[in-house]
Design a binder for this molecule. Structure first.
Ligand code: ADP
Length: 396
């Protein structure tokens, strides 16, 4: 029996899933939110039950301790030694990592070095790593990078057309994100296609953050996020692609501070910025259905930015065998899927199966047999990829 915990440590949160790797079942999962604030919230799901506690949790160290104590108290594990491996999600692996890595001093210093590219995330991942290392010294630790899957992009896709020295001297290039999700979903699709030698898949990861990836023969060839996750499609609060001159204009003509501009583009834009209603897709739809024009406009822009990437990737891949929807919106909103597919169906010969789209559950095909491209819903499972990589690299 080998148990592995998949961890996603954010700046003020820590999400976890404990796996029994013999059958890849999830023994327990949960999240600790608002770490460092007055009232932290600890939620754990076990045996179909949800336990929630509110209490002050000053740092990640106490968060990990509380989580591990809970596992013991509820007999989820009889001793912490049962946890043989800890897999950590790491947002930015730069050009150093094209796959997951056992965490050692060298890996730590690279994650540390890359914090300028992910200032909120990479330091938080290391805090999580240290907290688990101290609490379970016997467990091995593996870093699973969100950028690794996109390391197969060719220079013509990752180099920005600005003076080349900014790439060589400052490492400015496209790195992409959500790679673990794009990897998992595209590979599930390839299995569903019968593991053909050649395959062309477009994955639409549509959550609060969102990105599309073109996957050729199992490898990422292009992705919509860029140097940072601000690029690409419209997101809950992020603008996605825009003309960089807007930034200069806001500073020179309106007198905004650069930090405020970047914060506005990351936190006040996207669905929230246009609609003025919410960053949450459900709220924006509800408002649009009630006649809120800007909510409808936000949704229209959102869908159009997505289909623009579907079109680009269709051409880049030389055609397409399957499109897959995943993450909060992609998995749960039949409306979003129908509208997006509706906008490309004539051009691409896609015939949606309304019944499967609206009434089915979980992983499924949502197009009719005559459709030229198959469209799937694939619930993402980044934690499972993290746990599998941890098991493989630690030889458990
Ligand atoms: P994150 O990027 O934080 O992981 P998620 O993948 O959880 O985000 O996606 C969150 C988004 O999914 C929100 O905009 C939310 O409104 C949307 N969402 C979740 N469930 C539904 C649903 N049933 N219908 C429409 N949108 C949904």
């Amino acid at each position: 029996m080998s148990k592995i915990i998949a961890v996603n440590a954010g700046s003020s949160s820590l999400k976890f899933q404990l796996f029994e790797m013999d059958d890849e079942s999830v023994i327990t999962s949960g999240v600790i939110e608002r770490i460092g604030l007055d009232e932290s919230i600890f939620t754990v799901k076990y045996n179909g039950e949800k336990i929630q506690k509110k209490l002050p949790i000053p740092t990640h160290k106490e968060a990990v301790q509380l989580l591990l104590n809970t596992l013991i108290e509820h007999n989820i594990v009889s001793s912490l030694d049962e946890i043989k491996g800890v897999g950590h999600r790491v947002v930015q692996g730069g050009a150093y990592f094209n796959e997951s890595a056992i965490i050692n001093d060298d890996v730590v210093s690279k994650i540390e070095e890359l914090k300028s590219l992910a200032p909120l995330h990479n330091p938080a991942h290391l805090t999580g790593y240290y907290a688990f290392k101290e609490a379970i010294p016997s467990a091995g630790a593996v870093a699973v990078f969100d950028t690794a899957f996109h390391q197969t992009l060719e220079p013509r896709c990752y180099i920005y057309p600005i003076p080349y020295k900014f790439y060589t001297d400052y490492k400015i290039r496209k790195y992409g994100a959500h790679g673990t999700s794009h990897y998992y979903v595209s590979h599930r699709v390839i299995e569903k296609l019968g593991n053909p030698e050649e395959s062309r898949v477009i994955v639409a990861h549509l959550g609060a953050g969102g990105s599309l990836t073109a996957v050729k023969n199992g490898k990422s060839i292009n992705t919509s996020m860029g140097f940072t996750p601000l690029a690409g499609i419209v997101m809950g609060t992020r603008s996605g692609d825009l003309d960089p001159s807007i930034i200069d204009y806001l500073i020179e003509e309106i007198g905004m501070d650069i930090k405020d501009v970047i914060s506005m583009l990351n936190k006040e834009s996207g669905l929230l910025g246009v609609s003025g209603v919410s960053s949450d897709f459900r709220d924006v739809i509800e408002a649009a259905q009630a006649g809120h024009e800007r909510a409808q406009l936000a949704i229209d822009i959102y869908f159009r930015r997505i289909i623009a990437y579907i079109g680009r990737y269709f051409i880049a891949l030389g055609g397409c065998d399957a499109i897959a929807f995943t993450a909060g919106i992609g998995e749960n909103s039949a409306y979003a899927r129908k509208e997006i597919i509706g906008l490309v169906s004539e051009a691409l010969g896609i015939v949606i199966d309304d019944d499967a789209n609206e009434n089915g559950e979980g992983e499924r095909l949502i197009t009719k047999p005559e459709s030229k491209i198959k469209v799937y819903v694939i619930p993402t499972n980044e934690e499972l990829v993290i746990a599998r990589d941890t098991k493989r690299l630690l030889n458990l």
